[in-house]
Design a binder for this molecule. Structure first.
Ligand code: NAP
Length: 299
């Protein structure tokens, strides 16, 4: 009862105290489906992705992280731990096919990379950088991994989304911000909502693989500090550590194909993607998004 009330406050659920309460029900993570498996984590050079990379490495996985800036990897300490780096800018959509061709076969892919740039830049004149990288870049990455037979038989793909999606209705009407002034928070929530629908769709389209979307809560990372300085200042003593933020992703990976594909998770629990009815996209918007996805999957 008390737990339910605290969870409803959001703030006492997404913060570190929420994690501490929820983790009382957690079981120790097993290495059964991690040991000797190969894992790709986009944006694994800092924050949540870095923490996840280290945990998976410790549990016997072979880990590849991607990022735009190789220097971040060089100074991260990951190389010394035996973690590998692949240079990848998810805004550079044309480069992804070639980069995937040099990748090993993968057991798990964690689509974690994400940033919230203050200035508007466009990808292919069709999307802002947030939607272009987090949704379309990851979609092309997944497509190429599958198309080039780099996905092992029981491969699972996990999106690191955000609780912000829960307040957002998918909106495809102005992805280049021609009609409205650029708003990074709105674009970010929209991209995260799109990721959840993408994951649902892919779970049906590629039913031999497993897909998930999860959110990490509020986590003390460079991205949060830079993108939302006022929020960071207010909550900095209550934020989750990167390890706490990475916990659900680690747990999802550790489950292999045992989870229900296409679902949304928080603190190892399945959650409703639409707790507020007004955030459900219209059929027309959903169909338009599915058409957009299909265009990229056509091969
Ligand atoms: N921190 C939170 O409270 C919070 C809450 C909800 C969701 N999340 C999500 O968690 C994920 C990780 O964020 P974080 O907080 O851990 O941030 P972070 O520490 O800044 O890590 C972001 C990672 O993504 C990479 N990256 C950013 N843009 C990229 C692009 N266009 N192409 C390729 N790689 C890119 C970064 O490396 P380079 O800069 O070198 O490319 C870095 O490795 C994001 O998707 C974020 O939306 C975070």
């Amino acid at each position: 009862m008390w737990d339910t009330i605290l969870d409803l406050t959001i703030s006492r659920s997404f913060d570190a105290s929420g994690f501490m309460r929820h983790q009382k029900h957690f079981k120790k993570i097993s290495d059964e489906y991690i040991k000797h498996r190969t894992i790709l984590i986009t944006g694994g050079t800092s924050g949540i992705g870095k923490s996840l990379a280290q945990s998976l490495n410790k549990l016997g996985g072979t880990v590849f992280v991607t990022g735009r800036n190789p220097e971040k990897f060089q100074t991260s300490g990951l190389k010394e731990q035996g973690i590998h780096f692949i240079s990848l800018d998810l805004c550079d959509l044309d480069s992804i096919e070639q980069i995937v061709s040099a990748m090993p076969s993968l057991d798990y892919v964690v689509c974690n990379a994400g940033a919230m740039p203050s200035d508007l830049t466009l990808v292919k004149d069709k999307y802002d950088a947030i939607f272009g990288s987090q949704v379309i870049g990851h979609l092309i990455l997944i497509k190429q991994i599958i198309k080039q037979n780099k996905a092992n038989e029981e491969c699972a793909f996990h999106f690191n989304s955000s609780g912000g999606l829960l307040l957002k209705k998918l909106d495809l009407s102005d992805l280049t911000w021609k009609k409205n002034p650029y708003n990074k928070l709105s674009s970010y929530a929209n991209a995260k909502r799109a990721q959840s629908i993408l994951s649902e769709y892919l779970s049906m389209r590629f039913s031999q693989f497993t897909f998930s979307t999860s959110h990490p809560g509020w986590v003390d990372t460079p991205a949060l500090c830079e993108a939302m300085p006022k929020f960071y200042e207010k909550f900095k003593n209550r934020l989750r550590t990167a390890d706490q933020g990475a916990d659900t992703l680690l747990w999802l990976v550790s489950k292999g194909q045992l989870i229900h594909s296409g679902k949304f998770w928080f603190d190892r629990k399945k959650k409703n993607l639409y707790p507020f009815f007004w955030t459900r996209e219209s059929e027309k918007t959903r169909n338009a998004f599915i058409e957009l996805i299909k265009d990229y999957l056509d091969y």
